[in-house]
Design a protein around this ligand. Structure first.
Ligand SMILES: [Zn+2]
Length: 152
């Protein structure tokens, strides 16, 4: 995809099914995380909705995760400095809720931003991830969040 302002970056897609949906999104020419389009492509239930964020499960969780939640900004935002302190406070409140609700005893938070070549993200619309590894899965490997594009 040559258009550097595309809403999604297929180079960063991880799974065939994800890539297929991303192809449709590219054809539709819309942002899949904007509220008016989210339900069209995202089939997981919305767990919570605040003033600034919605909280949901990742449709394509990373391998070896027990929980992989996404908090998605309700406005189309791509840079972390576009958010207010109140928005960050609400983000942490959503994650605190999820940690308690799912009894998450450890894991990590990631938020990539900006140019997809540097973020390694598939969708430009700002989102944060809460990840709990599944250390008891039989073929367990540590969960790695890729930041930056893959080497060709
Ligand atoms: Zn958007």
């Amino acid at each position: 995809m040559a258009n550097e302002k595309a809403f999604v970056n297929l180079d960063n897609a991880r799974l065939d099914e994800q890539r297929a949906v991303m192809n449709i999104i590219v054809e539709d020419g819309v942002c899949p995380f904007c509220p008016e389009y989210l339900a069209r492509y995202h089939k997981k239930p919305i767990l919570r909705e605040g003033e600034f964020w919605i909280l949901t499960d990742n449709q394509w969780p990373y391998e070896h995760t027990k929980n992989h939640l996404l908090a998605i900004t309700k406005n189309h935002v791509e840079a972390i400095d576009e958010l207010s302190p109140e928005a960050y406070a609400e983000l942490m409140e959503h994650f605190r809720w999820a940690i308690k609700e799912r009894n998450i005893t450890g894991g990590g938070i990631a938020m990539r931003f900006g140019e997809p070549e540097k973020s390694g993200g598939t969708v430009r619309h700002l989102h944060a991830q809460l990840i709990e590894p599944d250390i008891e899965s039989p073929d367990y490997e540590p969960v790695r969040v890729k930041i930056g594009k893959s080497k060709k």
